[in-house]
Structures are given as C-alpha cells and as structure tokens.
Design a binder for this molecule. Structure first.
Ligand SMILES: Cc1cc2nc3c(=O)[nH]c(=O)nc-3n(C[C@H](O)[C@H](O)[C@H](O)COP(=O)(O)OP(=O)(O)OC[C@H]3O[C@@H](n4cnc5c(N)ncnc54)[C@H](O)[C@@H]3O)c2cc1C
Ligand SMILES: NC(=O)c1ccc[n+]([C@@H]2O[C@H](COP(=O)([O-])OP(=O)(O)OC[C@H]3O[C@@H](n4cnc5c(N)ncnc54)[C@H](OP(=O)(O)O)[C@@H]3O)[C@@H](O)[C@H]2O)c1
Length: 266
C-alpha cells in the first residue's frame, strides 16, 4: 500500500447489520479482503469512500470520513437512512467488513514538496486532504522543505462539523497548512461558501497558481459545489488577467492536462 498515493475504500454491505450504541467516529475495524470473493455477487452497488489518512503517517491503518445520510424522507413518509453510511455508523471496533481499494493516481501530492498546493474540500471533501496533511507533516519531520499549502474548508457551523479541527490547528501551528474557512449557517452572519472566500483572495490565489506553479485540488460534492468552485476560479482568472471567458476555460483545461488541477467529486 505504500506506493498508493490516493485511493478509495469501497464497501459492500455484509448480510447482517450489528446493533450498537457506539458513536460513529474514531472506530477501528478489521478489513477482510478474502471475504470479497464471497460477496461479489451482491446486488447492492459498492459505495466509495476517500481514504482520509496517509500511509506515511499510519502504516497499518486506514481511516475514512463518512457523512451519515439520515433525515426526513423526500417523499414526506418517515425517515430516510442511507444504506452504507448507516451500516458503517453501527459498526463496533473489531467488526469485519468487506472492502476493495481503487487507486486514483492523479489525485496525489506533487513529487516535490516545495511546490505549493491549494486544496478545496468543504464537508467530507476534506477527507483526502487530511491524508495530504499527514504526509506533509511526515515529510517536514524528515527535514524536507514544504511549499505553501492552502486548505479551503466549509461547514455549516464553526462549532459543528468543523472536521478535524484540533488536528488542523496543530498543523497550522507547525506550518503544514494555512486554513481558510467558510461557515454557511452561523447565526447573524452571511451564508459563506468556500468559493466566496476564494473570490475574496483572488489575487493571491491566481498568483500562486500562475506564478508559483501551485497544484489545485477539489474534493467533495460534485453536483453544485465543484462546478461553482471551478466557475469561481475562472472568474478570478478573468479579473486578474483581464482575460475572456474562453481564455479562462483554456487556462483551466491546460492545468487539468498538466495534472495541476485535479478533482475527486461525487
Ligand atoms: C469517488 C467517491 C468518493 C466518495 N468519498 C466519500 C467520502 O469520503 N465520504 C462520504 O461521506 N461519502 C463519500 N462518497 C459518497 C458515498 O460513496 C455514498 O454515496 C454516501 O455515503 C451515501 O451512501 P449510502 O449508502 O449511505 O446512501 P444511499 O442508500 O446510497 O442513499 C443515498 C441516495 O438517497 C438519496 N437521498 C438522500 N437523502 C434522501 C432523503 N431524505 N429522502 C430520500 N432520498 C434521499 C440521495 O439522493 C442518494 O441518491 C464518495 C463517492 C464517490 C463516488
Ligand atoms: N442533518 C445534518 O445535520 C447534517 C449535517 C451535515 C451534513 N449532512 C448531510 O451529509 C451529507 C454531506 O455532508 P458533508 O459533511 O459532506 O457536507 P455538508 O455538511 O452537506 O456541506 C458542507 C458545507 O458545504 C456547503 N455547501 C453546500 N452547497 C455548496 C456549494 N454549492 N458550494 C460550496 N459549498 C456548499 C454546505 O452549506 P449548506 O448546507 O448550508 O448549504 C456546508 O457549509 C449531505 O447529505 C448532508 O445533507 C446532514
């Protein structure tokens, strides 16, 4: 697993669900890949989860960051519970689950740690970036020079769902990352999304990508968040470089071709 820079865990539901009172976070469990063969015929489609740890920091354990899908059913009839996220929430430490790994080779840190990076991951989109930060911290400890890393994270409220807050604060103090936060449902404050914060910082952002060769990553919800973040990047480019919409699109396409603009969205 050491050479895998970014990969996914794919979960199949086992033919039983265990009852538990344990909270969903901070659990560990055993992965039995041998069970996979017995369950390939399952009709339930696999669910993908980005790995939120780095093999450079945690060699024998992977973590995932799951948002539990649960709420009033769209039909208005009772509560809807997502199959796999609720299954995961009910696992106990030591339970066996069935997984396979899929590598996404392009979603990786630059080879040279001195190259700056810009990460955009609201909500559970933060998952792979936590792994990135763990890897950067490990490199820093080995004496490597780290380029700037900026993480744009968003959640509903500063006090809830600010995932890995404590860890990230520590990374900030160590110079592993600079955080930019957007909270969308704070009392008496305007609704703010990650792209709003990016727009406020367009000068630095475009300079970092254009003049300093930064790599840019987007992870998370793909229906609205990712396209809006892309639009914002283009708008920032248009403003700073007085370019046309077509030129801004070509700029973004060029970054993508070079592997400097990568997305992991769902
Ligand atoms: C490449 C990739 C990486 C991913 N990484 C992550 C990750 O790191 N973390 C993470 O949390 N997720 C991630 N996902 C999403 C994840 O795979 C699952 O889709 C998610 O956990 C929901 O699965 P589920 O089985 O719990 O819900 P499902 O049983 O699949 O239910 C979800 C479906 O129900 C619908 N639905 C939702 N709410 C309601 C409602 N109230 N009433 C009626 N219908 C409703 C939704 O529109 C959706 O179609 C990733 C997906 C991909 C493709
Ligand atoms: N029931 C709950 O309390 C609760 C809490 C969190 C998540 N969830 C559910 O969990 C799932 C995903 O959770 P998640 O943690 O990955 O993400 P999330 O909490 O749903 O979203 C993370 C942040 O992204 C914001 N956002 C929404 N649309 C955006 C857009 N177009 N551009 C930029 N930012 C946008 C959200 O704001 P807004 O949501 O304010 O628009 C929120 O601030 C969803 O199904 C969600 O409904 C439920």
């Amino acid at each position: 697993m050491k050479n895998l820079v970014s990969f996914f865990v794919v979960l199949f539901r086992l033919p039983f669900i265990l009852e538990t009172d344990n909270p969903p976070s901070s659990q560990s469990f055993n992965l039995k890949s041998s069970l996979l063969i017995n369950h390939l015929n399952t009709r339930l489609k696999p669910r993908y989860y980005s790995i939120s740890s780095s093999p450079e920091a945690q060699k024998d354990q992977v973590s995932i960051t799951v948002s539990v899908v649960r709420g009033e059913a769209f039909s208005g009839r009772g509560e809807y519970q997502g199959v796999t996220s609720n299954f995961l929430m009910e696992l106990k430490p030591g339970d066996d689950i069935v997984v396979f790994f899929r590598t996404q080779r392009s979603f990786k840190l630059p080879e040279d740690s001195a190259v700056p990076i810009v990460m955009v991951g609201p909500g559970t989109g933060i998952a792979p970036f936590r792994g990135f930060l763990q890897a950067r911290q490990a490199k820093q400890k080995e004496g490597e020079h780290l380029g700037d890393a900026h993480l744009y994270f968003g959640s509903r409220h500063e006090q809830y769902d600010y995932l890995y807050n404590d860890e990230i604060e520590a990374y900030e103090e160590e110079g592993v990352v600079t955080m930019h936060t957007a909270f969308s449902r704070m009392e008496n404050k305007p609704k703010t999304y990650v792209q709003d914060v990016m727009k406020e910082q367009e000068e630095e952002l475009i300079e970092m990508i254009e003049d300093k060769g930064a790599h840019i990553y987007i992870c998370g919800e793909g229906g609205s968040m990712a396209p809006q973040v892309e639009e914002t990047l283009k708008k920032c480019f248009i403003n700073r470089r007085q370019s046309t919409e077509k030129e801004a699109q070509e700029w973004l396409d060029g970054l993508q071709e070079e592997g400097r603009f990568v997305k992991d969205v769902w």
